[in-house]
Design a protein around this ligand. Structure first.
Ligand code: GLP
Length: 242
């Protein structure tokens, strides 16, 4: 069953998420953390940076795995998820570069890259805590509606809605990549603990469907109903239809 924590606003979503990540790192300094991108986790990352600077929270022994990356964007492209993670978090904390894992969307052999990524997660003994956002259509990572529940890290085609939603970060819709590498639904479900964040009315429908309706591949986040330790931290607006 999905546990739900409804808080007042985006700032509280960010703080509650950061507190739980900090607790995980304190109780297990070599924790394996799964990170997400998008606009939602930015406040949480900002809070983690603050905790590192002001409270001495150390990330020196953690390993990280990101959910996804666009195909064809170089790590220094301003819209790549590599760039995002370094800008918003990794450049400002003491995580070791060698412990950071993000799918390589520029790999010559993308299939091989997906297999390598799955192996790296296994080698690390799996993900202790996976952070997730949610797309308006219920996607998690880049697992669009229709993604099989047994899917693993793979190359996926982005839906038009997702491309349009993300076009605001690019100069034009044409520049939004058509493909991405994403952890699969099964990969995400193997994380020992999952925290999904959502803020704002635009996410209310996806949140309600994920929690209240029978699980279906058409709402990828609904698979989380089967996870044994999954918490949604959402604000009032995202909780509007619950
Ligand atoms: C992208 C990411 C997802 C993220 C989603 C929502 O598609 N691949 O991981 O959850 O966007 O983004 P936002 O938080 O900006 O609404």
């Amino acid at each position: 069953m999905i546990k739900v924590l409804v808080v007042r606003n985006y700032e509280e979503v960010s703080l509650e998420a950061a507190l739980r990540i900090a607790e995980t790192v304190k109780s297990k300094p070599d924790a394996v953390l799964g990170f997400a991108t998008g606009s939602t986790p930015i406040g949480c990352y900002r809070e983690l940076v603050r905790m590192h600077r002001m409270e001495g929270l150390s990330f020196s022994r953690i390993s990280t795995f990101n959910l996804d990356e666009y195909v064809g964007l170089a790590p220094d492209h301003s819209q790549s998820y590599h760039y995002y993670m370094f800008q918003n978090l990794f450049n400002h904390i003491d995580v070791k570069r060698g412990n950071i894992h993000i799918p390589n969307g520029m790999a010559k052999d993308l299939e091989e890259e997906c297999v390598r990524y799955e192996d790296a997660i296994k080698q690390a003994d799996g993900i202790d805590l996976q952070l997730l956002g949610i797309g308006r259509n219920g996607h998690i990572g880049f697992n669009e509606p229709g993604s099989p529940f047994d899917s693993r890290t793979r190359v996926v085609k982005l839906s038009e809605q997702t491309r349009m939603d993300n076009a605001r970060f690019f100069k034009s819709l044409d520049e939004v990549p058509m493909y991405a590498i994403t952890m699969g639904i099964a990969t995400i479900m193997e994380a020992k603990r999952i925290i999904l964040l959502a803020s704002g009315e635009a996410k209310a429908e996806a949140i309600a469907k994920a929690i209240k309706e029978p699980k279906t591949v058409m709402v990828p986040a609904s698979v989380l109903q089967d996870h044994s330790d999954c918490l949604f931290i959402i604000d009032k607006k995202a909780a509007l239809l619950l």
